[in-house]
Design a protein around this ligand. Sequence first.
Ligand SMILES: *[C@@H]1O[C@H](CO)[C@@H](O)[C@H](O)[C@H]1NC(C)=O
Ligand SMILES: *[C@@H]1O[C@H](CO)[C@@H](O)[C@H](O)[C@H]1NC(C)=O
Ligand SMILES: *[C@@H]1O[C@H](CO)[C@@H](O)[C@H](O)[C@H]1NC(C)=O
Length: 487
Amino acid sequence: MGRLWWCYFLLTLLINLFELRICKREQVVTPPLPILPLPTYSQLKWQQREIIMFLHFGVNTFTDREWGNGRENPQIFNPSDLDAGQWASVAAEAGVSLMILTAKHHDGFCLWPSKYTDHSVVKSPWKEGKGDVVQEFVNAASAKGIDVGLYLSPWDRHDKRYGNDFNYNEYYLAQLQELLNKYGGVREIWFDGAKDPKTKNVTYYFTEWFSMVRELQGSINIFSDAGPDVRWVGNEKGYAGDTCWSLINRSSLSIGNPNITHYLNTGDPRGTDWVPAECDVSIRKGWFWHKSESPRRLSELLDIYYNSVGRNCVLLINVPPNTNGLISDTDAHRLKEFRAAINTIFHNNLAQNCDVQVSSQRGGEEGGFGPENMLDSDHLGSYWAPSDEQEIREHWIEIRGRLRFNVVRIQEAIGLGQRIQRHEIYVDGRLMMQGTTVGYKRLHRVDGGEVEANVVRIRITKSRGLPLVSSIGLHFDPFWHSRFGMP
Ligand SMILES: *[C@@H]1O[C@H](CO)[C@@H](O)[C@H](O)[C@H]1NC(C)=O
Ligand SMILES: *[C@@H]1O[C@H](CO)[C@@H](O)[C@H](O)[C@H]1NC(C)=O
Ligand SMILES: *[C@@H]1O[C@H](CO)[C@@H](O)[C@H](O)[C@H]1NC(C)=O
């Protein structure tokens, strides 16, 4: 009995020791816990698009107006060479993966043959009333592998039901269902809060509309002043706040409220909801095409890029088709230049072949969270994480090499929450730049046009929990450089 017991005891001990060894050897360092709120899958997809194209097109294109009054004769809608394939080609060449079309603007004229009104393409001479711009748009986008979004103006200056809340909301919802049922997958739906200033008592049933959108389109992002998925940035200049959180309190937002533009512009470090901002701006002065206007200069577009995409937002750039139904050559050309410039600037990461050191790393050298993760092409899943030991207070990244650059890029692993609240950039020991939030992408342009250095240190001085950095880059922007009169 005693011998048997000893055998059993020794065997158990051996098995336990063996298992302990295996476990120890295979113990992989876990990822850190996320910090809420987090983005949804669709919000992450949206963020990675960086640039989205808006197309304002309708009766205003033919009346040379920005806001129609609803009394336009549908006979004026007659684009001579409408070619949605050209729109999609322009978008594809600009590296755009989502296009949003104004299916209906405030004037109430529908670009598709809605069965709930005859104030539409049906009454126009275009294709003898048998055309459907929304369908052509969707087909052309699909042929180029581009996703589609739609704008359906809540304010309708044509329909007589406007002002009678119950009937009008039924009408609006009917058209929303029509659009979201008939044209396949829609990735973004765009709502604004514009109302007739003389009929202020009109109520839009946003709760019902949003619920219906969710029911009909599973992977859509809903844009409005107040989200729920994407929020307005608070201006139409294409500029986000210098501080820009994807976090905000939805309970503090309401659609069409002019008092919240600053809050929308910066977000809220204590926000309970993930509602990142989209920066809408037109390539021209107006949203609709006007003969008298021309596209912005490349330098202006680059400023917009740095202040939107470079501040944790997505840029929604409007490129309006003209009376021929085509994007003007000047605009197509400018957009192509814009994409080429972005590629020139960011194609080459000067930090790529440098020695990159960090203050600490989660799980030590073998933990899998080292600085190399900031130089790979995965900007969400792989990231540098500092050690979570209490005594470690300093968080920094150091890049060493012979460096000549004028742009610093920092990206957070936002899938685990937006964290960084303050950061500083030292060049050869001298504080050169500082900023607050980082988020999906933060870009800093160097004052004075360029800098030469041996050591660049990025210090993260304040953060919600530990900072997690998914990518860093040092770049050379020749367009910025030349603005300082440099060769
Ligand atoms: C809004 O006000 C206008 C003018 O005072 C009135 O005719 C209309 O019935 C009101 N609409 C609603 C929904 O109360
Ligand atoms: C905006 O602020 C003004 C002044 O404080 C206030 O009178 C108005 O009611 C506010 N509007 C909204 C929609 O909250
Ligand atoms: C947002 O909500 C959080 C949590 O309730 C709160 O701490 C914070 O103060 C709110 N922000 C604002 C601007 O009210």
